[in-house]
Write a protein that binds this ligand. Structure first.
Ligand SMILES: Cc1cc2nc3c(=O)[nH]c(=O)nc-3n(C[C@H](O)[C@H](O)[C@H](O)COP(=O)(O)OP(=O)(O)OC[C@H]3O[C@@H](n4cnc5c(N)ncnc54)[C@H](O)[C@@H]3O)c2cc1C
Length: 716
C-alpha cells in the first residue's frame, strides 16, 4: 500500500475510533434528537439555508466515515423539514455520503485486495459489470444488509461510481420516505427498530427481489424472441434428448456423459471418429516425438557411456509407425465403443436446421432429420493457413496432411513459434531435417514467461533448428523447382529456400457450413457462448476448440461435462464452466508444463506473488538419467503456501505437473506437498524439493533463535 493510502487509512480508522472514544454516538441517539427537536426546529426556522447546509454536511460526513447514526439523522430530517423537503435532503446526503465511502474504500483497499485475490475478483468484477446494478438495487431496497457494509464492499468491485450513485439514490428512496415520514411523528417513536414493521420489511423484500424477477422476465422474453421465428417448427415430441455434432474429444465426452445419465443421444461425425487429437494432433505428434527422442539419444549415446551407436532412419517407416499408433488408439474413439456405451453414432455431415432439428447428410443422397431437445456443437478447429501470395504455387503442409508424408524433407521451414511449431521443429530436426523456424513475435511460446521462451529457443537451437524470431513471412516464391519463403526482419528481406513448408501459425474454429449462419448464432473467432456454454439459444451449446478459449484435448473434455449437463438439465440448473485450474504442456525436450499463473500473467493482472524455484540440475534422479536441466517454479500468495501457479521445465515436466494440478484444484498448499512421501529416486521429488525451498524461505527465524538458545542451555 502506498504512503498516501496508508495515511488516509490511518486517518479514517483514527476518526472512527475517536467517534467511539469521545462517545459522539450520544449526539446521534433517538433520545438526544427528541430532546433537541424543538431547538433544532427553531434553528431551522431562523436560518434555513445555513441549517440545511450544516445538516447536509453532518449527514454526508457521518455516512462517508461510516459512523452509526444515519437512521436517527433521517428521522430528524422528517421531524425538522417535513416529508417532502426531508426526503429530498436525506436522499441527496445519503447518496453523496455513500458514494464518498465507496470511493474511499476503493482508493485505500482496492489495489491491496486486487493483488491478493485478483483471480477470484476477476469473476466478481465480470458479474458486477453485467448485473451489479440489479444486485445493488436489491441490496439497497432490502434493509437486511447494513448500509455502510454495502458502500464499502461495492467500492472493492469495478462498479462505476456513477452507476453506484444513481442506483443507490433510486434504491434507497423507498426506505428514505418511510423513515422521514416516521420522523414527522418523532415524539411517538420509542425505538428505531420499531419503525419497520414485519409487514413493511416483507414489502421491501418484495420490492428488492422485484428487479431480479424483472430481469428473469426480460431474459424469458429475450429468449422467446430468439425462438419466435422458429416457434412453428418446434416439434411436439422429440427423437432425441441431445444431438452432438463432431466426434472429437469434446463431442465424444459430451455424448458419453449424456449416455451415462440415460439421455437418448446421437453423435454425428462427418469425417474421422476421434477428431483432430487422434488423427492429426496429439497422438501422431507424440508418436513422432518419441522416435525423434530416440534418435537424439542414439546420437548422444556417449553421454550414457556407450562408445558408439548408430541408427539408420527410414522416414517412411517412422511415419508408418505413427500411423500404426493412431490405429492402435482408434478403438478408444470408435463407433463400436461408443455404440456399446449407449451412444447412437451416425457418420454424416450435420446441419442445424432449427433450434430443435439437425439434418444429417449420410452421403449417397441419404438425408434424415432428427428432432432434439438440445444440440451441442463440437466441430473443432482447423489449421489456419495465412493468405501469403505464392503459397498455392509452392504448397504447404499443415497438421492435416503432414502425416501422409513419407519422405523426410531435407530442408523444412516451419512457420509459427507456438507449441505445435516448436514440437514439430524439434522433432524434424532430430529426425534429420535441416529446420528453419520462423516466428513473427520476438520470442517463442509467447504465453510463457520470457525465461521459458529463452530456454525453449536454446533447446531447439541445440538440436540444430535455426530459430528466426521477429521475422515476418511476406510471400512465397518459386524459381523452377526451387521454393522460397520470403521473410522480413528489421526492414530487410530474406529468402529461405525449402523443400517443404509447414504452416503452424494457429488453428481457426470450424464455424461455417452447418447452420450457425441461418440461425443467426453470433460468432467471432469462436462461437459466442455464455459462461454456461450456451449460445443465444440456450438449448444449443458449444464446447471444445470451436468454443474456446483454450485449444486442448483436456479442456475440450472438461467443457464437455458442462455442455452435456447444461444441455440436458439447463431448465432446472446451469453450471458455469470452471477455468480456474487449466494445465498445459508443450512437448519439446525438455518439456514445458504450466498450470495457473506464471509471472507475466500475474504482473498483467496485478496479482502479488512470491516465487520459489528449485533447479532440476540438483535432482538425483535427473542426474542419474543425464537429464539434469530445467526447474520447478512455483508462484504463491505472499506469506502463504497457497499455490497461484507452477511452471516446470524439465524431463517429463508434463507428468510432474499433475501433482500441482491436483493441489491447486483441491486447495492444497506447499506444506501438504512437503508433508507427502515421494519415492526416491524419482523426478517427482522435484515437486517436494520446490516445496522445501519455499519452507526454508519461510522459516520462523525468531523462534529458531530461541530454540537454538534452548539447546545451548540444555548442553550447559
Ligand atoms: C499437431 C497438433 C498437436 C496437438 N497436441 C496436443 C496435445 O499434445 N495436447 C492437447 O491437449 N491438445 C493438443 N492439440 C489440440 C487438440 O487436438 C484439440 O484441442 C482437440 O482435438 C479439440 O477437440 P474438439 O473435439 O474440440 O475438436 P476436433 O478434435 O477438431 O473434433 C471436431 C470434429 O467435428 C467434426 N465435424 C466438424 N463439422 C462437422 C459437421 N458439420 N458434422 C459432423 N461432424 C463435423 C470434425 O470432422 C471433427 O472430427 C494438438 C493439435 C494439433 C493440430
Amino acid at each position: 500500500m502506498s504512503r498516501k493510502k496508508l495515511l488516509l487509512a490511518v486517518a479514517l480508522v483514527a476518526l472512527f475510533i475517536a467517534f467511539f472514544a469521545l462517545d459522539l454516538g450520544r449526539f446521534f441517539s433517538l433520545g438526544y434528537i427528541k430532546q433537541q427537536q424543538a431547538a433544532l426546529a427553531q434553528a431551522y426556522e431562523q436560518r434555513p439555508a445555513v441549517f440545511i447546509v450544516g445538516y447536509l454536511l453532518v449527514y454526508i460526513v457521518s455516512v462517508a466515515l461510516s459512523f452509526p447514526g444515519a437512521t436517527v439523522l433521517t428521522l430528524a430530517a422528517g421531524a425538522i423539514f417535513g416529508v417532502l423537503v426531508g426526503t429530498l435532503i436525506v436522499s441527496v446526503a445519503s447518496t453523496v455520503g455513500a458514494t464518498l465511502a465507496f470511493l474511499a474504500a476503493r482508493y485505500v483497499l482496492r489495489d491491496t485486495v486486487q493483488s491478493r485475490f485478483g483471480n477470484r475478483l476477476a469473476d466478481i468484477d465480470k458479474g458486477t459489470e453485467k448485473e451489479g446494478a440489479f444486485y445493488l438495487f436489491t441490496l439497497r431496497l432490502v434493509p437486511l444488509v447494513p448500509f455502510f457494509v454495502i458502500n464499502l464492499v461495492m467500492g472493492l468491485t469495478r462498479m462505476k461510481a456513477w452507476t453506484f450513485f444513481w442506483v443507490s439514490q433510486l434504491g434507497m428512496l423507498a426506505g428514505t420516505v418511510v423513515y422521514v415520514n416516521a420522523g414527522t411523528q418523532l415524539a411517538k417513536i420509542d425505538s428505531v427498530r420499531g419503525i419497520l414493521s414485519p409487514g413493511l420489511v416483507v414489502s421491501f423484500v418484495g420490492l428488492g427481489i422485484f428487479p431480479l424477477i424483472a430481469k428473469w422476465i426480460v431474459d424469458v422474453v429475450k429468449r422467446r424472441k430468439v425462438y419466435a421465428k422458429w416457434k412453428h417448427l418446434k416439434p411436439k415430441t422429440f427423437d432425441r434428448n441431445l444431438v452432438v455434432i463432431g466426434a472429437g474429444a469434446a463431442g465424444l465426452v459430451t455424448s458419453y456423459i449424456a449416455a451415462v445419465i440415460k439421455a437418448r443421444v446421437t453423435l454425428v461425425e462427418s469425417h474421422k471418429m476421434g477428431g483432430d487429437c487422434l488423427n492429426y494432433g496429439c497422438v501422431p505428434s507424440k508418436a513422432l516425438i518419441r522416435t525423434a527422442t530416440l534418435m537424439q539419444q542414439i546420437r548422444h549415446a556417449q553421454r550414457y557411456g556407450i562408445h558408439q551407436a548408430q541408427a539408420t532412419l527410414r522416414f517412411a517407416d517412422v511415419m508408418e509407425r505413427v500411423a500404426q499408433i493412431v490405429r492402435k488408439v482408434e478403438p478408444h474413439d470408435s463407433i463400436e465403443r461408443y455404440t456399446g456405451l449407449g451412444v447412437d453414432v451416425v457418420q454424416g455431415h450435420a446441419r442445424i436446421v432449427s433450434p430443435w432439428a439437425v439434418e444429417i447428410d449420410e452421403g449417397a443422397g441419404r438425408k434424415r432429420v432428427l428432432t432434439t431437445r438440445a444440440i451441442v456443437v463440437a466441430t473443432g478447429a482447423e489449421p489456419f493457413v495465412p493468405p501469403l501470395s505464392g503459397l498455392a504455387e509452392v504448397g504447404c503442409l499443415t497438421s492435416d496432411n503432414l502425416w501422409g508424408l513419407r519422405e523426410l524433407p531435407a530442408r523444412l521451414v516451419v512457420m509459427g513459434g507456438g507449441p505445435i511449431g516448436c514440437e514439430l521443429s524439434q522433432a524434424f530436426a532430430r529426425l534429420g531435417s535441416q529446420v528453419t523456424q520462423v516466428e513473427k513475435a520476438p520470442r517463442l511460446l509467447i504465453k510463457e514467461d520470457e525465461e521459458v521462451s529463452g530456454f525453449a529457443r536454446q533447446a531447439l537451437e541445440r538440436d540444430g533448428v535455426r530459430v528466426l524470431l521477429a521475422h515476418e513471412a511476406l510471400r512465397c516464391e518459386r524459381d523452377g523447382e526451387r521454393k522460397f519463403l520470403v521473410v522480413e526482419a528489421e526492414g530487410a528481406e530474406k529468402r529461405i529456400e525449402f523443400d517443404q513448408l509447414l504452416c503452424a501459425v494457429g488453428r481457426s474454429a470450424r464455424l461455417k457450413g452447418f447452420g450457425l449462419e441461418a440461425l443467426g448464432i453470433p460468432v467471432g473467432e469462436t462461437i459466442e457462448t455464455n459462461e454456461y456454454l450456451q449460445t443465444i439459444y440456450p438449448n444449443i451449446l458449444a464446447c471444445g476448440d470451436v468454443a474456446g478459449p483454450y485449444q486442448f484435448t483436456h479442456t475440450a473434455s472438461h467443457q464437455a461435462w458442462y455442455a452435456a449437463v447444461n444441455g440436458l438439465f439447463g431448465m432446472f440448473k446451469t453450471f458455469k464452466a470452471d477455468y480456474s485450474v487449466i494445465p498445459w504442456t508443450t512437448f519439446i525436450d525438455p518439456e514445458i508444463a504450466h498450470v495457473g499463473l506464471n509471472e507475466q500473467e500475474a504482473r498483467e493482472k496485478n496479482i502479488a506473488f512470491e516465487v520459489t524455484r528449485y533447479g532440476i540440475d540438483d535432482l538425483d534422479r535427473a542426474i542419474a538419467d543425464s537429464a539434469g536441466e530445467g526447474w520447478v517454479k512455483v508462484l504463491t500468495v505472499p506469506g502463504k503456501d497457497t499455490i497461484l501457479g507452477v511452471t516446470i521445465v524439465g524431463p517429463h515436466a508434463g507428468e510432474l505437473l499433475a501433482e500441482y494440478v491436483l493441489a491447486m484444484r483441491h486447495g492444497l498448499g506447499l506444506n501438504k506437498i512437503l508433508g507427502t512421501i515421494h519415492t526416491y529416486p524419482t523426478l517427482a521429488e522435484a515437486n517436494k524439493y520446490a516445496a522445501g525451498e519455499w519452507k526454508r524461505a519461510h522459516q520462523p527465524k525468531k523462534l529458531l533463535e530461541w530454540v537454538e538458545r534452548f539447546h545451548a542451555w540444555r548442553r550447559g
